[in-house]
Design a binder for this molecule. Structure first.
Ligand code: ZN
Length: 309
């Protein structure tokens, strides 16, 4: 599922093509994708020029400008399986929406599980829209002092804490497991039991893990590809995520899997020992074996000529 690094990779790829282009049209093939009906959505964005692309947590933001009134903000959330693609391969079901730009660029939104969403916002509503989101990991607001305050007195397991978008924006299942391994912290630890030095390790591990995800163009474990159709490679250097039963790359101990807050959670029992308080809500789960749901790692990267549509 796309997390902060994958959405950032999408943003950077779109940044090479979209700014300066004018929205010509939008076609919605699945009305549940957007809070506005197709004709109203078209009325809010057609004729506007792309000014830039931003990201907030796992949300992608497309800033649209003149000529109509005070601009518009398109927000896309990829959720589980959303893909924004310039030139998709032909598929069985149509894209959930397609935005066409002048001159001759198309952006198709495919989404197997259909949890992805599109919003067209008045830019004045941006702050309210994102009000519940915690700080951006790479912003000055997310420092060790903030993390210590956020952890303090929380009884939730560390894994659940990291997935809570109100505490930190953009972290999901893959990068939470990998960051906890890097920080040598057990995912079942109650967040409030993390000490000052451990919080410092966790802060550094989060930033390093997310940056590594961006540097590797994201994790293509299930369906993630960037708008040019390219797969990321972070899945090739995973330490624990979906490696149940495989040897830890540091100590050789078999990686274990538990379920925390309904999410499969992977850790090394030796590198991430269970000291401190174990949160009461966590429970052990049956290991799924090393095969798991993982995609074939050897699949060749999708090749494509033009970057833009
Ligand atoms: Zn280990």
């Amino acid at each position: 599922m796309p997390e902060l690094p994958e959405v950032e990779v999408v943003r950077r790829r779109l940044l090479t093509c979209l700014p300066g282009l004018v929205v010509r049209d939008v076609r919605v093939h699945d009305a549940t994708v957007c809070d506005l009906p197709e004709d109203e959505l078209r009325r809010t964005i057609a004729g506007r020029r792309v000014l830039g692309l931003r990201r907030r947590g796992k949300y992608l933001m497309i800033d649209l400008g003149e000529p109509v009134a005070a601009g518009r903000l398109l927000v896309v959330h990829l959720r589980m399986t959303g893909q924004l693609l310039f030139r998709p391969e032909p598929r069985g079901r149509p894209a959930r929406f397609v935005i066409t730009f002048d001159p001759s660029t198309e952006l198709h939104f495919y989404d197997m599980r259909r949890f992805g969403r599109l919003w067209s916002l008045d830019p004045r509503d941006e702050e309210a829209f994102f009000a519940a989101l915690g700080p951006e990991p790479f912003s000055a607001a997310f420092d060790v002092a903030y993390l210590r305050r956020a952890l303090a007195e929380r009884r939730a397991p560390l894994k659940a804490f990291l997935l809570d978008q109100r505490r930190i924006a953009g972290v999901g299942n893959i990068y939470a497991d990998e960051a906890l391994f890097r920080a040598r912290l057990n995912p079942l630890r109650a967040a409030g039991t993390v000490g000052p030095r451990e919080a410092q390790r966790l802060h550094a591990a989060l930033l390093e893990t997310l940056q590594a995800g961006i540097d590797h163009e994201g994790s293509s474990i299930e369906s993630f590809i960037d708008p040019a159709g390219r797969r990321g490679s972070f899945q090739e250097i995973l330490n624990v995520y979906q490696r149940t039963g495989e040897p830890c790359r540091v100590c050789g101990t078999a990686i274990e899997r538990v379920v925390v807050g309904g999410r499969g959670t992977h850790y090394c029992p030796r590198c991430q020992p269970r000291r401190g308080g174990i949160a009461p809500t966590a429970r052990r789960a049956r290991p799924t074996g090393p095969a798991g749901k993982r995609d074939a790692r050897g699949a060749p990267p999708a090749t494509r000529g033009a970057e833009c549509g």
